[in-house]
Design a protein around this ligand. Structure first.
Ligand SMILES: Cc1cc2nc3c(=O)[nH]c(=O)nc-3n(C[C@H](O)[C@H](O)[C@H](O)COP(=O)(O)OP(=O)(O)OC[C@H]3O[C@@H](n4cnc5c(N)ncnc54)[C@H](O)[C@@H]3O)c2cc1C
Ligand code: FES
Ligand code: FES
Length: 468
């Protein structure tokens, strides 16, 4: 077995004597004494801790929140911090323009912005205003105001010299006193490790799991799934898309834009680019969060998951996955291996909306997705409607669906609205009262009918324009 190593700012560092359970941000600041990367919120919301990181399987550098990553996840990766981009004597073009255009005051957020902007420009040399907003949605600045930051990105002359990283690590685990991170290369290997150890957790992006409190009195055993090649595949068939469970949200976006654009619009608002570069759909489904963004759309589209269990593969419709608040029907050792999404035929229309308090970087209060089949004479022939944020789990409402069947969108909708109001019983919590949530659900149903009536395209972006 080789030693566990990281390439940090182009220098290979042996980390095998470090604690793999250490947060990468702490390792960078305290162990490597690189203080440019800052700690703000420590939970993925502010972007001050952003670094560029290459996937262990190889590929391009992407911005990620180092406060959400454990050292055991990044052994075998390459990481670039703000010090690796430039310094006072020799600043990078991004650092130079931010300083010249007054885009930094106290400077606390600036290293995070430098990383996020560099990550964006490496992908896309001429980003549009919306693309800049998307890329910087995960970076907060408390004092400068965003105008000079936007101006800097628009005016920069940027040429990057980042190579694409190759897979170079072949270690099978990272052993520490408090935790062990296992790196299986096959599903059976992962499954066997999970059967033969206690206190085991499968880990994909870690954007949910790394924020959960863990019983540290017992040794933690993490099984990383992102080094199993078959889980990193995307298969684009004629009728169905299969997405390997370790494919990140960022990687799925182009495909979703092509086939399920309203879903892509929701995923573009999923966390931030730093979150999406790590998070997976499988992880999102396995959290069974009622406000998870993936489940309503996947359920409405009639998607299923493939599960590896004891050397066998089985399939489960996503509408049968959730058993209770944050609980699934999966056995603890089951591995979700892919998400299988049917491509809707041309005569079906797909709609999806997320309502949240902020447009960007916010989890939803209520969300709804619908797949509607229109028959002759503009009569609704089939209907799948799914809601998130209205009960303990994301659910499909047969009662509401039945009320749509056989009607025309221009008919009186009173009955549909009455049935919707009667059939949902949301909880009140800090995100919204039950009454507020019912009103949101009714509003979304009305919007759906309005869209069907106008034969409208399904993509819709609701943004508050501040300047106009
Ligand atoms: C700042 C921030 C913003 C966020 N914004 C959003 C948002 O807008 N919308 C939203 O829905 N969520 C959001 N989240 C929550 C989180 O990012 C998502 O739920 C994400 O999809 C989790 O994926 P992951 O790969 O990181 O999962 P992980 O954290 O790795 O795992 C989550 C759970 O799933 C299990 N698991 C993971 N993969 C598998 C598998 N293949 N088989 C079996 N079990 C598995 C793990 O054991 C764990 O229990 C946000 C989180 C943060 C920190
Ligand atoms: S410290 Fe705020 S995102 Fe990491
Ligand atoms: S310059 Fe102070 S927080 Fe951004």
């Amino acid at each position: 077995m080789n030693n566990n190593c990281i390439v940090l700012n182009n220098k290979k560092i042996d980390i095998s004597k470090s604690n793999p359970n250490t947060i990468v941000l702490d390792w960078i600041r305290l162990d490597r004494e690189l203080k440019g990367t800052k700690e703000g919120c420590a939970e993925g919301d502010c972007g001050a801790c952003s670094v560029l990181i290459s996937p262990v399987s190889g590929g391009k550098f992407k911005p990620a929140n180092s406060c959400l990553l454990k050292l055991g996840q990044v052994s075998g990766s390459e990481i670039v911090t703000v010090e690796g981009l430039g310094n006072q004597k020799n600043p990078s073009s991004v650092q130079k323009i931010l300083a010249n255009l007054g885009a930094s005051q106290c400077g606390f957020c600036t290293p995070g912005f430098v990383i996020a902007i560099t990550g964006l420009l490496c992908e896309n040399n001429k980003p549009t205003e919306d693309e800049i907003h998307d890329a910087l949605a995960g970076n907060l600045c408390r004092c400068t105001g965003y105008r000079p930051i936007m101006d800097s990105v628009k005016n920069i002359k940027f040429k990057h010299n980042f190579r694409e990283c190759k897979k170079w690590d072949n270690t099978d685990k990272f052993q520490g006193k408090q935790a062990v991170f296992y790196y299986p290369k096959t599903l059976q290997e992962a499954y066997n490790i999970s059967l033969s150890h206690e206190n085991v957790k499968y880990l994909s992006g870690g954007t949910d799991l790394n924020l959960q409190s863990q019983d540290t009195k017992k040794k933690l055993n993490y099984i990383l799934l992102n080094r199993i090649p078959e889980l990193l595949r995307i298969d684009e068939g004629n009728n169905e898309i299969q997405i390997g469970s370790s494919v990140t949200l960022e990687e799925t976006l182009p495909l979703f834009e092509k086939y399920f654009s309203p879903f892509a619009e929701i995923l573009r608002r999923f966390g931030s680019s730093q979150i999406r570069s790590q998070a997976t759909i499988a992880g999102n489904l396995c959290t069974a969060s009622p406000i998870g963004d993936a489940a309503p759309s996947l359920m409405a589209l009639g998607s299923s998951i493939e599960i590896f269990s004891n050397n066998q593969k089985k399939y489960l419709a996503i509408e049968d996955l959730f058993s209770d608040y944050r609980k699934t029907v999966l056995n603890p050792n089951d591995i979700v291996t892919s998400i299988n999404i049917p491509i809707p035929p041309n005569d079906k229309k797909f709609y999806a909306w997320k309502v949240s308090k902020r447009y960007d970087q916010d989890i939803s209060t209520v969300s709804m997705a619908a797949l509607i089949g229109m028959g002759e004479n503009n009569i609704i022939q089939s209907c799948r409607i799914c809601f998130g944020g209205l009960s303990a789990t994301t659910f499909r409402s047969k009662e509401i669906e039945n009320s749509f069947i056989g009607i025309k969108p221009d008919q009186d909708h009173t009955k549909i609205l009455e049935i919707t109001e009667k059939s949902i019983k949301p909880l009140s919590d800090l995100r919204g009262s039950a009454d507020y949530r019912i009103n949101l659900a009714l509003g979304l149903i009305k919007r759906l009918l309005f869209k069907l009536l106008n034969n409208d395209i399904a993509i819709e972006v609701m943004k508050v324009k501040i300047d106009e």
